[in-house]
Design a protein around this ligand. Structure first.
Ligand code: NCD
Length: 326
């Protein structure tokens, strides 16, 4: 675990905070151990209870979040906004970088060093792998990676793990099947890394050209996580506890024809789930295109909309923690 370059302690003048997350960047799931995860989820539970009780409260009153998105987003950007506002804080939204100074050629280091003069924390989505780590090297306020190209999406993986724990009561002992675009899907990259800290078995189902990157397979092997690769979904469905479906990442393909050839390789329908356990869940980071048919939505095992709500509690927890209030 090399956190040297990505995780530092930033102690603003006059503040005294002893939270282990205070001032930290969140750039990769690699930075978390099991105690960290327990702590994040404990705080997320408190957030859930508070939202149920009072809706909005003033934990981060006076704090500002800059939401800096160089790629499209609905859930990640709005859930960080919702999380910040439920905690009484405010948000500077920068969703269309083409209307900002980025279109004049401003570099990422300059943009984040500008925004941190106004805001207390920066949430960054960027098309390049490593962009958040780079931003974190320049910024002295916390940077939260909201997706760096085909790299990682750590806050999504944390909310995915929280969802599994909440829905199935435990993570150890489960069989998790990931299906779809395992090559370009950053959510499955982060989630595999996070799950490798637990006693789980992974089925990796994808078209040949969209297999999980070798680097991640090596990490799984090193951590002793049993995994197997498949080109068909049906055979692995009966043993699956968590079916994690992903969208084929059209925007990462160089040739439209290559995308067209694989875009509907796997479609989950009610028939797919007939062979599944009664107690299992279907997850998806969303947005969905065709990979889960809408008839599945009414199945109680379809957890993908509940998953989004868990995400807000996890992001509330992360914001409170990096800002020294939890
Ligand atoms: C994902 C992403 O952006 O990586 N979306 C999300 O954050 N919930 C998945 C995707 O775009 O397919």
């Amino acid at each position: 675990m090399n956190l040297e370059s990505t995780t530092r302690t930033h102690l603003p003048f006059g503040d005294k905070h002893d939270s282990p997350f205070y001032g930290r960047d969140i750039v990769s799931v690699r930075q978390f151990d099991e105690d960290d995860l327990d702590y994040i989820f404990e705080v997320a539970h408190e957030m859930q209870a508070m939202v149920a009780r009072v809706g909005t409260f003033d934990l981060l009153k006076g704090k500002l979040l800059a939401n800096l998105f160089y790629e499209p987003s609905t859930r990640t950007s709005s859930s960080f906004t919702a999380a910040m506002e439920r905690l009484g804080g405010s948000v500077i939204p920068i969703n269309e970088v083409r209307y900002s100074s980025v279109s004049k050629g401003e570099s990422l280091p300059d943009t984040v060093r500008t925004l941190e003069r106004y805001a207390d924390v920066i949430v960054l989505r960027h098309p390049d792998v490593g962009a958040s780590a780079e931003a974190a090297r320049y910024a002295s306020k916390p940077i939260i990676n909201a997706g760096d190209g085909v790299g990682e999406h750590p806050t999504q993986a944390l909310l995915d793990l929280f969802t599994i724990q909440e829905e199935l009561d435990a993570v150890n002992g489960l069989t998790v099947t990931m299906v779809g675009d395992l090559k370009y899907g950053r959510t499955v990259h982060s989630l595999s890394r996070l799950l490798s800290k637990f006693d789980v078995a992974l089925n990796l189902v994808s078209p040949e050209i969209l297999r999980m990157p070798a680097e991640i397979l090596e990490e799984l092997a090193e951590s002793g996580t049993p995994f197997s690769e498949h080109d068909a979904l049906d055979p692995v469905i009966p043993a699956t506890d968590v079916l994690y479906v992903t969208r084929v990442q059209k925007e990462r393909f160089e040739k439209e024809a290559a995308y067209e050839a694989v875009k509907d390789a796997f479609v989950v329908t009610p028939a797919t789930l007939e062979a599944a356990k009664k107690l299992m869940i279907v997850m998806h980071p969303l947005p969905r295109v065709n990979e889960i048919s809408m008839e599945v939505d009414a199945d109680p095992r379809a957890a993908y909309f509940r998953q989004m709500e868990y995400g807000m509690y996890v992001r509330m927890a992360l914001l409170a923690m990096v800002l020294g209030k939890a």
